[in-house]
Design a protein. Structure first.
Length: 176
């Protein structure tokens, strides 16, 4: 979907079938959760994602491994299977570990709110500078992060090669 080059496993395809989920935390009002789910649904629809279902889950304590409790993860996986969804959009921030664990448990691609917004920016970037800035933001957002000289080595040779050959010289030109 996004204009720039990434691994195919990182891409979210136009027309992908998705479910949207939201973790209601302490003090969360049901109306706030409904509004957030509706907003996330609208963001997904803006880039051509077929949202099949949306559901909020009350989360007492954020779980470090998945954000949601194990029973809730099972419910999300069941919902995704029932709706034949290949994408789960979590309308909260996820750590890389939480994202990976949810993908394994649900057997579907998982993106959080930040990932969804970056997909929108990537699709709508019109200039080379805009596309490069979004690409740099995606690399910054992905697991592994950055250090002063480029991406922290995490076994992702493609990201390291991208930094050395393409991003480093261009980021100097755009002042990133």
């Amino acid at each position: 979907m996004a204009i720039f080059n990434r691994d195919s496993e990182d891409e979210v395809a136009r027309g992908a079938r998705a479910v949207v989920v939201h973790a209601e935390t302490h003090g969360g009002d049901r109306r706030d959760s409904d509004a957030r789910l509706e907003e996330a649904r609208g963001l997904a629809l803006a880039i051509g994602i077929d949202v099949r279902a949306a559901q909020a889950f009350r989360v007492r304590d954020r779980k470090p491994a998945t954000l949601f409790g194990s029973g809730q993860v099972d419910q999300i996986a069941t919902l995704a299977r029932q709706e034949e969804a290949d994408l789960i959009i979590v309308d909260n921030s996820l750590s890389p570990v939480q994202q990976s664990n949810l993908e394994k448990a649900c057997e579907a691609k998982v993106i959080d709110r930040t990932g969804l917004i970056l997909e929108i920016f990537g699709e709508r970037a019109a200039t080379n500078e805009g596309r490069l800035q979004v690409e740099l933001a995606h690399l910054d957002y992905q697991p592994g992060g950055w250090c002063a000289v480029g991406p922290i080595w995490n076994g992702n040779a493609a990201a390291s090669a991208f930094w050395a050959v393409r991003a480093k010289p261009r980021s100097r030109r755009i002042g990133a």
